[in-house]
Design a protein around this ligand. Structure first.
Ligand code: SAM
Length: 189
């Protein structure tokens, strides 16, 4: 499938509602890369504007793809090879356009209901998202910290309806949210 995921470390909110850039989390690299590989995605972008953070991500990835870890646990390397580390979402979109000839559609995710995105506004259902994915390259954007800013989401093409669990508690780890969303969008039905 011509589907990508992107994990954004900026622009996200912190617990005080301020717009911040968050730090790379080792778990997010490994676990979301494994999900991306399992669902045969076209790629997984780590978006982080801070050079030292991108360097750190690159170091972790190289350890498992080329360093000692490549021999120790090849499965990890296979998954981490899915990752590209770039400063901004626009870099990912340009790279995908270079590969496919088409600017991909961006589908934002959030735990909360909100204003929506794109010309139409509002949120889209999983069924609608499946059709959009079938019609061309797409990037599903995930947040870190306290989530993607409403301004960022509004500038995306679409906003996916939140996953609703069975309780009022709605704080899924981004790694679980990615797995659930991908299974609903492209998993066996
Ligand atoms: N520190 C947290 C962690 O370890 O995952 C990061 C929280 S971050 C705000 C969680 C991200 O996962 C959100 O930005 C969104 O992309 C996604 N997410 C979480 N809950 C979700 C839900 N109910 N529906 C859709 N996406 C969700």
């Amino acid at each position: 499938v011509n589907l990508y995921i992107a994990l954004l470390h900026y622009p996200v909110r912190n617990k005080n509602g301020e717009i911040v850039s968050t730090a790379i989390t080792n778990l997010d690299l490994h676990d979301m890369a494994r999900v991306a590989k399992t669902y045969d995605l076209a790629g997984y972008y780590i978006i982080n504007p801070m050079p030292a953070q991108r360097e750190l991500a690159g170091k972790i990835i190289r350890h498992w793809t080329h360093g000692f870890g490549a021999g120790y646990n090849p499965n990890r390397g296979e998954a981490l090879q899915m990752i590209e580390v770039v400063p901004d979402l626009s870099d990912a979109l340009a790279e995908i356009k270079g590969r496919t000839g088409v600017v991909p559609k961006v589908i934002a995710t959030a735990a909360r209901e909100g204003q929506g995105a794109g010309a139409a506004g509002g949120t889209i259902s999983f069924d609608a998202a499946r059709e959009i994915i079938d019609s061309g390259p797409c990037v599903i954007a995930f947040g870190t910290g306290w989530g993607l800013t409403e301004e960022f989401i509004a500038a995306c093409d679409y906003r996916l309806s939140p996953i609703r669990g069975k309780s009022a508690y709605n704080h899924l780890p981004v790694r679980s949210a990615a797995a659930i969303i991908l299974d609903r969008l492209i998993g066996e039905r």
